[in-house]
Write a protein of this length. Sequence first.
Length: 365
Amino acid sequence: MPRVIGHLDLDYFYAQVEEVENPAIKTRPVLVCVFSGRTEDSGVVSTANYRAREAGVKSGMPITLAKRKLQGMDLVIVRMERSKYESVSERVMELVRTKVDVLEKTGIDEAFFDLTRSSNGDYKSASETAGLIRVSILEEEHLTCSVGLGRSKVVAKLGSDTAKPAGLMVVPPESTESFMGGMAVTKLYGVGPKTGKTLEELGIRSIADLAHADPATLERAFGRKTTAYLHAAANGIDDDQVKESQTPTQFSRIITLKNDTTDAEEVMAQLSDAEDDLRDKLISTNTSFRTLTAIAVLTDLSTKTRSKAFEVPVNNLSSVKGSALELFGQLSDTADREFRRVGIRVSDLEGNQDQSSISEFLRQS
């Protein structure tokens, strides 16, 4: 069965989140910056929207230089607020995770995913799923993303790069060579400036050049291991599996409410399926948790949370339903807008020991 690997990249993520939060700035150049604190303008650009990029602004550029390039324009500068972007990223990744076989988050704004099993290796079916993912992210978070599908991580990443902004590039196995061949070798996943310069000195400028290069020549320049990767990648071959990035530190499920509300009991009723999913996840991983968090995404897409910590590990969500209801009640009392989406997160995870639930632990005490 042909593998179907995807790569998702949220377009100009930090700046786009700021545009969603403040739509009035969308037509203006927007810079999300990290300030050093030495002077008012000391620091660098973390992310720029496409309006700013058109003027030559890039990530990592000093703020002073970026401002010169955008002189005379109605510039917006925002201080980077990573916790806000991480919250949005978590929601997006959870949404995608429910629609794919496996998700491997590789950064706050990108991830690989596998659709081989659910699509049965059929690229038309996988393309429909990828389209649904893009629409769901746009509808739920008002964010655009670029997605690539191919037979390997290398091809999928090239696909998402080509699809930017806000596009979908599907590369069936039989189209891999024609899709990749004419691209600059520096576009290849894993080829940085240093490697690219060495390849250029060897007369290798395109991916097709690399695919047909003499392995012995490459080995003299890069060694056997790197040569094996470069040759395989240039031919769109990459057996690296999509896998969960690391041992999870939390599990969460977020849903969209049928109607906006702040009624805690209505929220809990609609969360029943999400609760079942979390329960199954805890059972399948033989995991308990010590912290329960209620999540509310308000109608303006801001996120509010309330948490409760338990003295002993819990692996039975049913035993703490009252706590969840209480947390959503607290969110309802303090929210200035209705809830659009809600969720439950369990964190501070640990493997189960002898007791199977907090109820059993208390009975044994």
